[in-house]
Design a protein around this ligand. Sequence first.
Ligand SMILES: [Fe+2]
Ligand SMILES: [Fe+2]
Length: 279
Amino acid sequence: LSVTAPGTWNHSMVIGMMVEAAADTIDANPVLARVGAYFHDLGKLKKPLYFVENQAGAENRHDKLSPSMSSLIIRSHVKDGIELARKHRIPQVIVDMIPQHHGNSTIEYFYEKARKEAEEADGHAEVDKSLYTYPGPKPQSREAALLMLADGIEAAVRTISEPSPDRIQGLVQKMINKVFASGELDECELTLKDLHSIAKCFTRVLTGIYHQRIAYAEPAEKIFEKAGGKAAGNAPKEETSSADDPGASASKSAKTVSEDRQKEAGAKGGKEDLKRLGL
Ligand SMILES: [Fe+2]
Ligand SMILES: [Fe+2]
């Protein structure tokens, strides 16, 4: 994944941290949750460039496709993931989490696009919703439910241009409410108390990762050189740690990372991405 679908890999690592921490707070299985996160989008390996997190500013391949074809490709990552996981003899308990992380949810972005196109063509917005709906089942375990929640929330938080703790918290709560109201959590045993703990935990983890750092007055490389360091690549750990910032290359300064993120968010179009996520 890290080579073929780096955006998906990064997304999987981040939600791995989120679900592990949350599982710990609600007495679910943290290791199962984390490993489930690592494999949940394995199927994206087949067509990585059709998934927004791997496009990195390149053209959006869906621009040339009908909404139903886009939906078919997006939905197929579940089936492809199950096949790949079985081929590589991943334990069944992890394979089960692959279809459950989307449950019976609808790919709202392409469903709405199809409705709009149908209305423009013949005045009727009638579209077969089943073409835009994942096959399920809904999450059957608390770990799979955590994965479903973290999946949507992490993707949504990436679209915030200036992710302050308040904004992250607001989005986490909004997403959890949305998934709860959709009925996707009806077949698992999460309680309302669990959902409250999960929201707090996800907010803490995501704030630690995505909250903007204060920009340095001058590039970190220069500060380091003044302090007697040599190459920028040897800059101090606080400024370059990829563990602190899984979305960035380890050789980037904190300021560059921060700027990159803002550019990235701008390029992708935060509003468009939120629409894609059904918000
Ligand atoms: Fe997925
Ligand atoms: Fe995902």
